[in-house]
Design a protein around this ligand. Structure first.
Ligand SMILES: Nc1nc(=O)c2c([nH]1)NC[C@@H]1CN(c3ccc(C(=O)N[C@@H](CCC(=O)O)C(=O)O)cc3)CN21
Ligand SMILES: CC(C)C(=O)C(=O)O
Ligand SMILES: [Mg+2]
Length: 278
């Protein structure tokens, strides 16, 4: 299968074909996402929460994200892989942003990096693109600055906030981003933003008017406890099913039902008798 490219994603938007993005944090997860046919795979900094047990995304480092991205690209053949740049890896100055984006590209072979922010991040996006790397933007609910937003809340609900998001979207596009994630934005506003941009928008909690949709792997599969915000749809109770299998194994071992002969290696009877005798 041919690798998905930026022109391919733009053509999908132009043709009105919806783009699917799913997160992955390891090679086996990436393989499932790729084989399921998602055009884009996001190595989200949500890794901090769903894989590392932190309550938020801030603690994850560039080293950890680059390592996860490298595993994901090894497990991917067709999907366009995007690596999330962690908190404070691109805000300090442009040189550091370019150097850190470069680590994702050189050490993990991602197709693009993603960073959070609108107008205030436009020059950084321009600098990374200027250095020859593809960038995906992310506006609306930006979890890395959730403290300033007053928590995990829907953004752009009043006229001023909605105007700001439209301006942010335009600024990210003009800075050279190849796609834009819209997180927790009212559906009619996300639709308007999507109409006003030529680059594809990928929504999470942003309604059906976006050019694409993204959800976290663990949320789709029911693998992240009882985290169920409004925008999440669970397609399988994965955690429950997997736990039942593990419980059956524990039970099998306890009652000495495992391992049986079929799962053990034999030895010639005479040989073992000889051993016993000596
Ligand atoms: N497992 C997981 N799934 C995600 O979608 C996700 C992460 N982790 N980690 C990083 C961010 C954080 N995200 C979140 C987390 C919580 C809400 C939340 O509680 N939203 C409320 C909105 C309340 C409102 O303003 O009306 C909701 O009920 O949806 C939203 C996005 C999305 N991302
Ligand atoms: C929720 C998506 C867009 C993300 O940024 C992440 O998984 O970290
Ligand atoms: Mg993220």
């Amino acid at each position: 299968m041919k690798k998905i490219s930026i022109p391919h994603l733009k053509e999908m938007k132009a043709r009105g074909e919806v783009i699917t993005m799913i997160t992955a944090y390891s090679a086996w997860q990436a393989r499932l996402v790729d084989e399921a046919g998602a055009e884009m795979t996001l190595v989200g900094d949500s890794l901090a929460m769903v894989e590392k047990g932190y309550p938020g995304t801030l603690p994850v480092t560039v080293d950890v994200m680059v390592d996860a991205c490298a595993a994901v690209t090894r497990g991917t053949s067709r999907s366009f892989v995007v690596g999330d740049m962690p908190f404070l890896s691109y805000e300090v100055d442009r040189a550091q942003a370019i150097a850190n984006a470069g680590r994702f590209v050189k050490e993990a072979a991602v197709d693009a990096v993603k960073l959070e922010g609108g107008l205030e991040r436009a020059e950084t996006i321009r600098a990374i693109v200027g250095a020859g790397m593809a960038v995906v933007g992310h506006i609306g609910l930006t979890p890395q600055s959730a403290t300033l937003l007053g928590g995990f809340r829907v953004q752009g609900r009043d006229l001023e906030g909605a105007r700001r998001l439209l301006a942010d979207a335009k600024a990210v596009e003009e800075a050279g981003a190849c796609a834009l994630v819209l997180e927790c934005v009212p559906a009619p506003l996300a639709r308007l933003i999507s109409e006003r941009l030529t680059i594809p928008t990928i929504g999470i909690g942003a309604g059906g008017g976006c050019d694409g949709q993204v959800l976290v792997f663990h949320d789709i599969l029911g693998l992240y406890g009882d985290f169920r915000p409004r925008f999440v749809k669970r397609y399988v109770e994965g955690g429950k099913i997997l736990k039942e299998a593990l419980e059956t194994f524990v039970d099998d071992v306890r009652r000495r039902g495992f391992p049986d002969e079929a799962h053990s290696f034999g030895l010639d009877e005479a040989l073992i008798e000889e051993l016993r005798g000596s």
